[in-house]
Ligand binder design. Structure first.
Ligand code: GLC
Length: 536
C-alpha cells in the first residue's frame, strides 16, 4: 500500500554538496558556507528539495572534515555558526531542507576528548574511545585492517595501549558501548536539531559498535590482487554487530521527537543486511543509503533490472526506498559509464521509486579529474595508490571564466579544476536546450509534477530487448512507462499491450510525440518517459 501523504524526504530529491568544492566566497581557494548561500537560487532553479552538506566542523582536515575536532561548531575555513544559521534560514525561506553530516564513529585526535583520553589509562574520558592492550607479542590486539591501509590499531607509547581507528591514525574511534559517550553524542544531535536542521546523514552508521571480544576477522579467501584493498578481510567482527540496532533506534527516537526530520545512514552492506537498518518496526534509519547502483559490477539493462526488482522485493513493509548514483567517495557516474550513458542513468535515478540522492556536479556531467601526485590530498589514496577520492571532489564549474567561477582568478583552488570546464559548466549548459543540465532540470520537474514518479507503484515490464530496461510507474489514472536503452546500438522495444503513448521527454531532449507502443525505436543510449494515453 503506497501512502498518499508523503513526507518531504520521500517525495523530494536530495542534493549532496561537498562544501570545500562548491563555491568559494572569500577567495582562499576553498568552498565555504557563504558560497553555498550564494548558490541557493541555483539549487531551487534546478529543482532539488534538500541539500546534504558534507562536514563543515572544526577539523585538522586529516580526512577533510570527517575528522571532527568540535561537533558543535563550524571550521573557520567554512565560516562560523552564524553563517550556518543564515544558510539554514535562507534555505528554508526557499523551501529547501538542510541535512547535515554527523560523524559519530570517530573524532579527530585533536578533539579535546581524545587529548584527555590519551593522557592516562585512568583519564575520565579514557573509556570514550576504544583501547586495548597489545597482543602477547607486543603487536596489535587483533587482525582488523584499516580502510585506509594497514592495521586498524595505533600504539600509544605513553600509556602502553593501542587505540582503534579503522580509517586514518588521526581518527580514533569512539566507544558507543559507553553510556556517557552515547549521551554526549545524542546531545550533539539535539544541538543541531534545535537549530532547525531537517536531517542527519550519519557517517559509517553500520560501524559504530564492534565485537565486545575483539575477535579476529575472517580472511576473504576469494580476494585477489586488484580487488578492493579493504575487501581483503570479511569484517564480521569489526562492523554490522547486532547491538548496532539499539543505537539506531535511540537516534531515530531523538530525530522523531523533533517532528518532520530524517535520519539517513551511510551503510555499505549487501541488501539483506542493509534492510535490517530500517528497524524491526521501521523504527531505524528512514533512509539507509542504497548504494547498489554504485556498486554494480557491470552496467547493463539485465543487471539493473535484476537489482531494482530484488531491492523492491526485499524492502520490508512500510520501508521507503532510496537510490544513489554517486558521492564524494566513489568515481563519478560520467566517468564510470561515460557521459551519454550517464544521461540514461540520470533518467533511471530520477524515475525509480524512492528518494534519489544527487551528487553535486553530476548535472553538468563532471568527470573525475586526474590529480598529479604532488597535488593529492586524500589520505585513502596516499596510502593506497589508485584509490584516491580527490578526482571526484574537484571544484564545481559555474562558468567559463578563470577557475570556473569557483574562486577568484588569482588563487589556486584546493584541487585542480577539470580541463574541459569551459564546455561543461552551469552558465553554458543553462543556455543549451540539449545539455545535461537542461535534462536534469527537466527530469527533476517531471519528478515533482507527476505523482506516478514521486509516489507511484513500480513494475518491471518485459521489453523484448535484452539491452533495454522498461518499467511502469503508476498512480491513480496516471501511467508512465520508462524505457531505457543501456547499449550503444539502437534498439526496438515492443510494448503492444500498452497501446498508444506520448513521449514526454527523451534523454536526447529532441522529441515529444504521440506513438504506437507496439514498436518503439530507441537510439544509442536513449531513454524516454512515455505517458500511456490509451490501452487496448
Ligand atoms: C565515510 C565518508 C568518507 C570518510 C569515512 C571516514 O565513508 O563518506 O568520506 O573518509 O567515512 O569518516
Amino acid at each position: 500500500m503506497i501512502p498518499q501523504q508523503l513526507h518531504w524526504w520521500q517525495s523530494g530529491t536530495i542534493y549532496q554538496i561537498y562544501p570545500r568544492s562548491f563555491k568559494d566566497s572569500n577567495g582562499d581557494g576553498i568552498g565555504d558556507l557563504q558560497g553555498i548561500i550564494t548558490q541557493l537560487d541555483y539549487l531551487t532553479w534546478l529543482g532539488v528539495d534538500a541539500i546534504w552538506i558534507s562536514p563543515f566542523y572544526p577539523s585538522p582536515m586529516a580526512d577533510f572534515g570527517y575528522d571532527v575536532a568540535d561537533y558543535c561548531n563550524v571550521d573557520p575555513i567554512f565560516g562560523d555558526l552564524e553563517t550556518f544559521e543564515r544558510l539554514l534560514e535562507q534555505a528554508h525561506r526557499r523551501d529547501l531542507k538542510v541535512i547535515i553530516d554527523f560523524v559519530p564513529n570517530h573524532s579527530s585526535d585533536s578533539h579535546p576528548w581524545f587529548v584527555e583520553a590519551r593522557s592516562s589509562q585512568t583519564s575520565s574520558k579514557r573509556q570514550w574511545y576504544i583501547w586495548h592492550d597489545p597482543a602477547p607479542d607486543g603487536g596489535p590486539p587483533n587482525n582488523w585492517e584499516s580502510y585506509f591501509g594497514g592495521s586498524s590499531w595505533t600504539f600509544e607509547q605513553q600509556t602502553g595501549q593501542y587505540y582503534l581507528r579503522q580509517f586514518g591514525a588521526r581518527q580514533p574511534e569512539l566507544n558507543w558501548r559507553n553510556p556517557e559517550l552515547r549521551a554526549v553524542m545524542y546531545d550533539v544531535m539535539r544541538f543541531w536539531l534545535d537549530r532547525g536542521v531537517d536531517g542527519l546523514r550519519v557517517d559509517v552508521l553500520w560501524m559504530l559498535i564492534k565485537d565486545d571480544q575483539f575477535r579476529d576477522n575472517p580472511i576473504n579467501t576469494d580476494w585477489k590482487e586488484g580487488d578492493l584493498p579493504w575487501a581483503h578481510q570479511i569484517r564480521l567482527f569489526s562492523e554490522d554487530r547486532p547491538e548496532m540496532h539499539e543505537v539506531i533506534r535511540e537516534m531515530r527516537a531523538i530525530v522523531d521527537s523533533y517532528g518532520e526530520r530524517v535520519l539517513i545512514g551511510e551503510i555499505y552492506l549487501p541488501l539483506p543486511q542493509l534492510m535490517r537498518y530500517y528497524g524491526d518496526t521501521i523504527n531505524g534509519a528512514q533512509l539507509p543509503f542504497n548504494f547498489q547502483l554504485i556498486l554494480l559490477s557491470a552496467w547493463n539493462a539485465e543487471m539493473i533490472r535484476q537489482l531494482v526488482d530484488t531491492y523492491e522485493a526485499i524492502l520490508p513493509a512500510g520501508a521507503w526506498p532510496n537510490w544513489v548514483l554517486g558521492n564524494h567517495d566513489k568515481p563519478r557516474i560520467a566517468s564510470r559509464i561515460g557521459r551519454l550513458a550517464a544521461r540514461v542513468a540520470a533518467m533511471l535515478l530520477l524515475t525509480l521509486r524512492g528518494t534519489p540522492t544527487w551528487y553535486y556536479g553530476d548535472e553538468i556531467s563532471m568527470q573525475d579529474v586526474t590529480i598529479p601526485p604532488h597535488l593529492a590530498h586524500d589520505p585513502q589514496g596516499k596510502r593506497q595508490p589508485g584509490y584516491g577520492r580527490d578526482p571526484v571532489r574537484t571544484p564545481m564549474h559555474w562558468d567559463s571564466g578563470p577557475n570556473a567561477g569557483f574562486c577568484p582568478a588569482n588563487v589556486d583552488p584546493w584541487l585542480p579544476i577539470a580541463a574541459d570546464y569551459q564546455q561543461n559548466n552551469v552558465a553554458v549548459e543553462r543556455e543549451d536546450a540539449r545539455s545535461m543540465l537542461t535534462l536534469t532540470r527537466a527530469l527533476l520537474t517531471f519528478r515533482r509534477i507527476k505523482p506516478a514518479l514521486n509516489r507511484g507503484s513500480y513494475h518491471a515490464v518485459e521489453s523484448r530487448s535484452e539491452n533495454c530496461f522498461v518499467y511502469l510507474r503508476e498512480h491513480g489514472k496516471q501511467r508512465l512507462l520508462i524505457t531505457l536503452n543501456f547499449s550503444v546500438e539502437a534498439q526496438v522495444v515492443r510494448l503492444p499491450e500498452f497501446g498508444q503513448g506520448r513521449i514526454l521527454i527523451s534523454t536526447c531532449l529532441d522529441r515529444e510525440e504521440q506513438m504506437n507502443l507496439a514498436s518503439l525505436s530507441l537510439r544509442s543510449h536513449e531513454g524516454c518517459i512515455i505517458e500511456i494515453t490509451e490501452s487496448e
